[in-house]
Design a protein around this ligand. Structure first.
Ligand SMILES: NC(=O)c1ccc[n+]([C@@H]2O[C@H](COP(=O)([O-])OP(=O)(O)OC[C@H]3O[C@@H](n4cnc5c(N)ncnc54)[C@H](O)[C@@H]3O)[C@@H](O)[C@H]2O)c1
Length: 393
């Protein structure tokens, strides 16, 4: 079992790796944090110093706890020699999202760590089975998928592959639970839970924009006002970055054997082509340059209801289908969306509140109108409506 005395390794000191290192160090672990790029390690050290000091300033950590946590982190510039990880009980990888690079790292790590060390990946979109597939002992490889920013977002998806040994899953989950995170168990399928079930929030909104049903500001307003979402889909996509969001959409589409439900949009492709990546490039669906004014939504509640009803039906259908396909339990699916992407309610609970038969009616209407497979209701949605049963009891 992994305890507070376990040395935790983190490879990749970018946004995710430095956040994961912070979480482990604050929980009392000694941590080794390394990156191939020395400047990334320096940025991580500077970033952690500031972030931890702010936690103390805001009273979220006792005085001195920041320097104590920082003192537990060993920063390693470069990864030519992985010897610094030799005594780690678990190494969490958070490097570039490329299968060949991750596989090479995992086989090198395997050569230096103890026989019972756990190797974990924070991948968002690559199969855990493929990352572990290059290892001599793939049974020790497991997915631990944090959300950004890792110190703030409570959710971690624990993703065993076909080959992962049950005790490896249990001990990785136990460790992350001890860091006061909310863990859910997800199958090693494209997008795991959140990145699969949340796709319609983006995809259906873009589709309604493309059809000219409403503009981005109006759709964002509708989802926030009627749905209580913290960010509208277009604001959220601009925040995530279209390069990142488009890659995830494409990888889920490809991973799901080109199921039209997950088809990426030309609109997002063009934003990426143009370098309009969202907030970080100053332009996405919205203009973030200084002096630019935010477009005003059309505050028409009838239109807003139409936009919200369509999007929520697509989301609930996706959540129900994830239960059908055993991506995770119904409880974990609802937890994942509320704790990983701040949805105001779990989608299954929300669907039951609206009425699963209403959700089914909406999808059937869309399906009849468009004749497109993206609107096909899940077989499980039909079953729960027919049997009048709940997925949450
Ligand atoms: N950013 C997110 O929202 C998010 C959320 C969940 C999971 N993830 C996943 O986490 C991983 C890291 O994402 P990120 O956003 O932190 O990326 P990032 O670009 O901020 O950081 C990646 C770091 O990995 C380093 N690196 C690349 N190749 C390396 C190698 N061979 N050895 C050691 N270091 C190497 C880079 O120098 C860089 O500093 C990816 O797998 C990504 O899919 C990202």
């Amino acid at each position: 079992m992994l305890g507070t005395d376990s040395l935790v390794g983190v490879v990749g000191a970018g946004a995710m790796g430095s956040g994961i290192a912070q979480v482990a160090a604050v929980a009392g672990h000694r941590v080794v944090l390394a990156d191939a790029d020395p400047s990334a390690v320096q940025r991580a050290r500077g970033g952690l110093t500031k972030t931890l000091a702010r936690e103390v300033e805001k009273g979220r950590m006792p005085a001195g706890a920041d320097s104590a946590a920082l003192g537990r982190v060993t920063f390693v510039e470069g990864v030519n020699d992985l010897g610094a990880f030799a005594n780690c009980a678990i190494v969490i990888e958070a490097i570039i999202e490329r299968l060949d690079v991750k596989r090479a790292l995992f086989s090198s790590l395997e050569a230096v760590v103890a026989h019972d060390a756990v190797l974990a990946t924070n991948t968002s979109s690559l199969p855990v089975a493929a990352i572990g597939g290059g290892c001599r002992h793939p049974g020790r490889v497991v997915g631990v998928h944090f959300f950004n920013p890792a110190p703030v977002m409570p959710l971690v998806e624990i993703v065993p592959s076909l080959a992962t040994l049950p005790n490896v899953t249990t001990s990785a989950r136990g460790l992350v639970d001890s860091w006061k995170k909310t863990t859910v168990l997800a199958s090693d399928t494209p997008g795991f839970i959140v990145n699969r079930v949340a796709r319609p929030y983006y995809g259906e909104s873009i589709r309604m924009l493309e059809e000219g049903i409403a503009d981005a500001a109006t759709i964002d307003w509708a989802m926030k006002t009627l749905g209580g979402f913290r960010m509208g889909p277009f604001e959220l996509m601009d925040f995530i970055g279209h390069d990142v969001n488009f890659v995830v959409t494409r990888s889920v589409f490809e991973g799901m054997s080109f199921d039209p439900r997950y088809r990426p949009s030309v609109t997002q492709q063009r934003l990426v082509d143009a370098g309009w990546l969202g907030r970080k490039s100053g332009r996405g669906f919205y203009d973030y340059s200084s002096g630019a004014s935010a477009p005003a939504p059309t505050e028409d509640r009838t239109l807003a209801t139409q936009l919200f009803d369509r999007t929520i039906a697509m989301l609930v259908n996706e959540a129900v289908d994830a239960v059908l396909m055993r991506v995770a339990s119904a409880r974990d699916i609802d937890l994942a969306l509320t704790k990983g992407v701040n949805y105001p309610k779990g989608l299954l609970a929300w669907g039951e509140e609206i009425g699963m038969s209403t959700i089914l009616d909406r999808l059937e209407t869309l399906y009849a109108e468009y004749g497109e497979d993206r609107y096909r209701p899940s077989a499980l949605l039909r079953r729960v409506v027919r049997d009048g049963r709940s997925l949450l009891t």
